[in-house]
Design a protein around this ligand. Structure first.
Ligand code: GLA
Length: 411
């Protein structure tokens, strides 16, 4: 969507996976969906180093509104849980240098059963969100037909644009249409939305992360070319810091989402997050790779019989990121390969930095064999930049055509 927004994948925090539709503020005041939760998370984003790293959006998900619209037909927040209203929350967030996201649903009801945005309400709701000072809208797709979605998602794009307020537009449209052509037209989608959910909701488990990764990798020929500055695939939230992932698995989700050029929307309790989870989420080089200005989504380039997979993301200035991922369940695996085997250009020389331990290796030639030790369900992630280029660099610019010919880009 050419609204000048989301030129790199959006980063921030989103309530849903961790806090769901917990509306029982009497029994659970600290964790229920209320303004307190968002005030507190905004404080954490602003004070614990997140904002400076780029985590700037704080996003409300479902279950924030009252069960009925007001007399004028406007959406209103639940008066008990959001007594100061969304505008006050937006002001609070903005005063801390952050941005506020909100959730709506194109349909009769949200997935959680709150008032939805039917086609006749699209303009009104866009106006309401803009008046409140909202900076991002996630528009879900429960309780609407394919036809209504084909009409309503582009209409909301126009309505948001007409408000004059810059609002990042996140669509769940493709997720409700199976995520694949011919039902999903990624050319249209990239013109209508800044990001889109393609597939199932993430849950707090490694199985869920793997099923999402598998779907995105299996369908990468369709999905990978659809992404770029202003238009991103969204494999759903980061669940690092919660209960379902081990340390290795947490590092894997971060690395794999980064090579997929995914939005980095954390859904975890930033008030109680462990130092190790925080360190993974606050890895500077990782974030720099995720936010690379070229915005080329990576791909899985190798799937070994040994259950090692290799992912590659081309980056600006002829750099690239490699993720060596182990799906093994036995012990750390010694994987030997070469950049030549990974289709890097002949006769180049690279400096390599390990993204997690920071170690630098100089003088790696394309033809050199090297080995990495990858822990079970873990990754080794490399950032590579050429120190000497081949005499005749080939030029491959922009999004890669589907198929076998995916190589690092030399610009
Ligand atoms: C759908 C979405 C989730 C979340 C819930 C809220 O399942 O995919 O991300 O927004 O609805 O009810």
């Amino acid at each position: 969507l050419r609204n000048g927004l989301a030129l790199t994948p959006p980063m921030g925090w989103l309530a849903w996976e961790r806090f769901r539709c917990n509306v029982d503020c009497r029994a659970d005041p600290r964790n229920c969906i209320s303004e307190t939760l968002f005030f507190e998370m905004a404080d954490r984003l602003a004070e614990d180093g997140w904002r400076e790293l780029g985590y700037e959006y704080i996003n409300i998900d479902d279950c924030w509104s009252a069960k009925q619209r007001d007399g004028a037909g406007r959406l209103v927040p639940d008066p008990e849980r959001f007594p100061r209203g969304i505008k006050a929350l937006a002001d609070y967030v903005h005063a801390r240098g952050l941005k506020l996201g909100i959730y709506g649903d194109l349909g009769t009801l949200t997935c959680g059963g709150y008032p939805g945005t039917t086609l006749d309400r699209v303009e009104q709701d866009a106006q309401t969100f803009a008046e409140w000072g909202v900076d991002m809208l996630k528009l879900d797709g429960c309780y609407s037909s394919g036809e209504e979605q084909a009409q309503g998602y582009p209409e909301m794009a126009r309505a948001l644009n007409a408000t004059g307020r810059p609002i990042v537009y996140s669509c769940s449209w493709p997720a409700y249409q199976g995520g694949l052509p011919p039902k999903v037209n990624y050319t249209i989608l990239a013109n209508v939305c800044n990001l889109w959910r393609n597939y199932d909701d993430i849950q707090d488990s490694w199985d869920s992360v793997l099923s999402i990764l598998d779907w995105f990798s299996t369908n990468q020929d369709v999905l990978q070319p659809a992404a770029g500055p202003g238009h991103w695939n969204d494999p759903d939230m980061l669940i690092i810091g919660n209960f379902g992932l081990s340390y290795e698995q947490s590092r894997s989700q971060m690395a794999l989402w980064t090579v997929m050029a995914a939005p980095l929307l954390m859904s975890t309790d930033l008030r109680t997050i462990s130092p190790s989870a925080k360190e993974i989420l606050q890895n500077r080089l990782m974030i720099q790779i995720n936010q690379d200005p070229l915005g080329i989504q990576g791909r899985r380039i190798v799937k070994e019989k040994s259950h090692i997979e290799v992912f590659l993301r081309p980056l600006s200035q002829a750099a690239s990121a490699l993720v060596f991922f182990s799906r093994r369940t036995d012990m750390p695996f010694l994987y030997t390969t070469s950049l030549a085997k990974l289709h890097f250009p002949q006769d180049a020389v690279y400096e390599v930095q390990d993204v997690y331990n920071g170690k630098i290796m100089s003088g790696l030639k394309t033809g050199d064999n090297f080995s990495v030790v990858i822990n079970p369900s873990g990754v080794v992630m490399w950032y590579l930049y050429p120190t000497a280029l081949p005499a005749q660099p080939w030029h491959v610019v922009g999004q890669q055509a589907p198929g076998k010919g995916f190589r690092p880009v030399l610009l």
